[in-house]
Structure formats: structure tokens, C-alpha cells
Design a protein around this ligand. Structure first.
Ligand SMILES: Cc1ncc(COP(=O)(O)O)c(C=O)c1O
Length: 370
């Protein structure tokens, strides 16, 4: 039997959010929380190999800065305040390939913190400009300086010499996973339930792994047989190999190593999607349906389609559209992409979409502290 929405709150195993002692900070966190999460769910209708299908995706571009990473930035800072790891005025320093930097810059500045972001210097110009616009400092890190791993090292060094520097450590912080366990996962479940559906599988591309691990844990608690699949670029199978291999164009996922918060033994098989196929799919979602999404969203759609193909054409499969296409104006997403042998996107005919309501803040998922 399916759990009832009224049973969902603490009984379903969700921890109420920690309350921060300082009232001024708590007020700001709550205000930010009303602009982050509880996004619409899209039911994307399409034909694939002659048959009508539907794949579900959370429209994460509706978050405050336009990406799923706002959920994690807000929750990590809330936890840090609740546990006394950050104080008003402390600096925030993080290594990130983009969206996290934008989210931490916005949420950090809204809470009055100076923010420094260490970022590989090959990330899109839009990301750097956006982080600057939020009043944060960007430190570009070249491949010669160690690229992504070099960025992490530099952020750690900054904190080592100053006790007033807080490191969110998104790749290792349990609050990253918890953000999705408390919000993304339950939202997916209840938005489907409100539309008479029960989830069979969830898939998400792995950057830090916060989304797939956290949403996955919440969904497995609600339905232990739910399949939870991580996705990686076919050109850079870091999860499968256990270390960085190759290069790829799906910004935000597969950042050179397997993060410690990723527990592959809790997950189903890794799904691989080619970056070119992801680009073609993201372009098609924008050009055909007006859903202007980023490259990882195209990958997630195709990954969800692969999982659905295994489970059967009527399986209820959900994923996330992590951001919009606006941060990719200078990338291959805006250029003509060649179709290659084995790509799935040429066989997809998008036909329409239905948007499911956001959840009622008073009933299904309570994302505010009590
Ligand atoms: C565009 C995009 N997609 C997917 C992800 C992966 O999310 P997670 O870090 O929760 O694994 C990210 C993370 O930064 C991202 O920026």
C-alpha cells in the first residue's frame, strides 16, 4: 500500500530542518528557503521507436539562481549555522565547476558572507561572470595548477590559515546529500502521487552525487524496490573506472574523481550517455518544447529513457533538469552538433509536456523548521 501524504512528515523518517539560534539569520534562511526547492515537475511526452512514452523531470531552473545547487548551498549553510561551524561575517571558500559557485555566492552574500570560489579556468565564461556579479571573488585554476583537484587544494589552504573561513566541502559534506533527502526526493514522490503515479526509477548525473544519493535514499525509504541510477558521460566513465578518464562536455557532472558521498553499492547500475547525444537532446528540448535546459538535462533525459527501456515503456522514471541553457551560450550547446552512430536522441520525437503542480507547502513536504 502507498503511504498517505499525512503520514509523510516525521514518521516517514524525515528529519525536521535544524533551527538556527540567531533570529536574524533564521529569518534570512527561511526567506531564501521560499525561493529554493519545491520546483514544478514536468511530464515530457515523446515517441521513441514508434511508441508513445513519458519521462518525468524536475524543473530545477526555477530555483533562486536557476539551478539545483541552490538546494545544497542553502542546506549546507543552515547546518553549518546550527552546528556552530560558521558565524556571521565569516568567509566562505569552495572549489566548484560552476553552479555551486553561483549558488554559494548568492546564498552566501544574502546571509552577509564574503565568498571566494576556486574554479577550473576552462568553465564557461557565463559562470565566471555570474559569480562575480554576486559579489564573490573567483580564483581561476589552470590545468597546470591541478585543475579541479588543484581548486580543492587551494580552498583547503585558504581555510588552513584562517579560522574565519568556512569550507562547505560539497563533495564530502553529508548536508549536501541531506538537502536532497529532505526536499528533492520527497517532492518527486509526492508530485507523482498527486497525479496518480508511483515511481519505478530515479536517475541523476553525478557531480558531487548529492542529488542521486539524497533523493535516492528518500525514494528508497518510500519504495524499497525503486531503482536509483547514477549517470556519467560515456567519454569520461569516472564512476565506472574509479578514477578520472577522458574528457567530456557535460558541465557539472564527472569532475575528475569519485566523491566520498557517492556510495555506489547503494545504487543500481551506472548509466552512460555521450556528451554529443546530451547536447542534441538539450537542443531538441529547447527548440521543440520551449524547455531551454542545460547539457546535463539532455543527458539525464536520455539516461532516464535508457532505464525506462529496460523496465518497460510504461515505467515511471524521474530525473532532474538541473539548470537552464543560459550559462552555456558560449559552449557547444549553441553550435551545430554532429549525429553519431549509437545516439538515442535522433530516435526521440518530442510531442509535448504537462506540468505538475508544486507541492502545497502546508501539507506534503514541510521544508521549514518547526
Ligand atoms: C548542471 C549540473 N548538472 C548536474 C549536477 C550534479 O549534481 P550533484 O552535484 O548533486 O551530483 C550539477 C552539479 O553541479 C550541475 O551543475
Amino acid at each position: 500500500m502507498l503511504p498517505d501524504a499525512r503520514d509523510h512528515q516525521p514518521k516517514a523518517g524525515l528529519t525536521p530542518l535544524p533551527i538556527v539560534a540567531e533570529p536574524a539569520i533564521e529569518r534570512r534562511l527561511r526567506s531564501l528557503g521560499r525561493m529554493i526547492g519545491n520546483t514544478p515537475m514536468l511530464a515530457i511526452e515523446f515517441r521513441f521507436r514508434g511508441r508513445a512514452r513519458v519521462v518525468h523531470a524536475k524543473a530545477e531552473q526555477f530555483n533562486m539562481t536557476g539551478s539545483i545547487k541552490d538546494r545544497m548551498a542553502l542546506h549546507i549553510l543552515r547546518r553549518a549555522y546550527a552546528e556552530g561551524c560558521i558565524a556571521p561575517g565569516d568567509a566562505i571558500a569552495e572549489a566548484t565547476s560552476g553552479n555551486t559557485g553561483i549558488s554559494l555566492a548568492a546564498v552566501g552574500r544574502a546571509l552577509g558572507h564574503p565568498v571566494t570560489i576556486f574554479m577550473p579556468d576552462w568553465m564557461s565564461r557565463e559562470r565566471v561572470a555570474l559569480i562575480h556579479s554576486y559579489g564573490a571573488q573567483v580564483v581561476p585554476v589552470s590545468r597546470a595548477q591541478g585543475g579541479f583537484l588543484g581548486s580543492i587544494h587551494m580552498a583547503e589552504e585558504m581555510a588552513a590559515t584562517d579560522s574565519h573561513v568556512f569550507l562547505p566541502r560539497q563533495f564530502a559534506n553529508a548536508a549536501n546529500v541531506e538537502a536532497h533527502e529532505l526536499t528533492t526526493g520527497p517532492e518527486i514522490w509526492w508530485q507523482l502521487r498527486q497525479n496518480g503515479l508511483e515511481l519505478d526509477a530515479f536517475l541523476a548525473g553525478v557531480g558531487t552525487g548529492g542529488t542521486v544519493m539524497g533523493a535516492g535514499r528518500a525514494l528508497r525509504r518510500l519504495k524499497p524496490s525503486a531503482r536509483i541510477h547514477p549517470l556519467e558521460p560515456a567519454e569520461s566513465p569516472t564512476l565506472t573506472r574509479g578514477h578520472k578518464v577522458g574528457q567530456h562536455r557535460i558541465q557539472g557532472v564527472s569532475d575528475e574523481f569519485v566523491p566520498v558521498i557517492v556510495q555506489l553499492d547503494e545504487l543500481d547500475a551506472v548509466v552512460a550517455v555521450s556528451d554529443g547525444d546530451a547536447i542534441l537532446m538539450a537542443q531538441m528540448l529547447a527548440a521543440t518544447l520551449g524547455l531551454a535546459v542545460g547539457i546535463s538535462s539532455g543527458a539525464n533525459f536520455l539516461g532516464a529513457l535508457r532505464v525506462q527501456d529496460e523496465l518497460g515503456p510504461d515505467a515511471v522514471v524521474a530525473t532532474v533538469f538541473a539548470d537552464s541553457n543560459k550559462k552555456y551560450l558560449s559552449t557547444d550547446l549553441m553550435r551545430e552538433e554532429l549525429v553519431r552512430e549509437g545516439y538515442l536522441s535522433p530516435e526521440v520525437r518530442l510531442t509535448g509536456f504537462t506540468t505538475y503542480h508544486r507541492l502545497c507547502g502546508m501539507c506534503a513536504v514541510n521544508t521549514e523548521p518547526r
